[in-house]
Design a protein around this ligand. Structure first.
Ligand SMILES: Nc1ncnc2c1ncn2[C@@H]1O[C@H](COP(=O)(O)OP(=O)(O)O)[C@@H](O)[C@H]1O
Ligand SMILES: [Mg+2]
Length: 163
């Protein structure tokens, strides 16, 4: 069976990567797919997020990086992947994910959501928190893969120069 791990990945963190590693062991093909949401502004462009994801997942043979503008359930069906993988950190995530699960069930009952619990050492990592730290020139070593750390450093150096 195939599965889709959907997200914004702005940028991919060690928390995401851990879910990717664990889910890739459970499914034949794991599509790690950036869903483009025009309502959300991102620090990294779609192209940059795709490149970073490709780089950090190149060690997993059955992981495919992709993007989509469809609804996640429609995309999952198209890819013959009836599972949407998500990660859970805290009750805050739970509320949001539950609402999304209900919406997805309403849209298409043949696609189910599967949740992976975060690890204690990843429980406070979010793309937003690492962006916040990096924007203040604080190191984010270990919270994100090394290539992402570099990309964040470059991004905020550039942003500072532009001020
Ligand atoms: N540190 C983490 N540990 C476990 N799961 C995580 C972590 N950070 C994010 N996730 C999960 O990864 C998925 C994608 O997250 P994200 O890139 O923020 O996209 P979205 O915009 O869909 O929330 C979500 O299910 C989120 O809860
Ligand atoms: Mg999120």
């Amino acid at each position: 069976m195939n599965a889709v791990y959907a997200g914004t990945f702005d940028p991919v963190t060690s928390g995401h990567l851990d879910i990717i590693e664990r889910a890739s062991k459970m499914y034949d093909i794991l599509y790690v797919t950036i869903f483009v949401n025009p309502q959300k502004t991102t620090l990294f462009s779609l192209k940059e997020r795709l490149e970073l994801l490709k780089e950090v997942t190149s060690c997993f043979d059955n992981v495919r990086v992709d993007y989509s503008q469809d609804l996640a359930v429609s995309y999952a069906k198209k890819m013959n992947a009836p599972i949407l993988v998500r990660g859970l950190r805290a009750t805050m995530d739970f509320e949001y994910e539950l609402q999304m699960a209900f919406s997805n069930q309403y849209l298409d009952d043949s696609v189910d959501m599967v949740f992976f619990m975060t690890r204690p050492n990843h429980s406070f990592i979010s793309s937003s928190s690492v962006k916040e730290m990096a924007s203040h020139q604080h190191h984010v070593t270990g919270l994100v893969p090394p290539v992402v750390e570099e990309a964040l450093e470059k991004k905020f150096k550039k942003n500072k120069e532009a001020l």
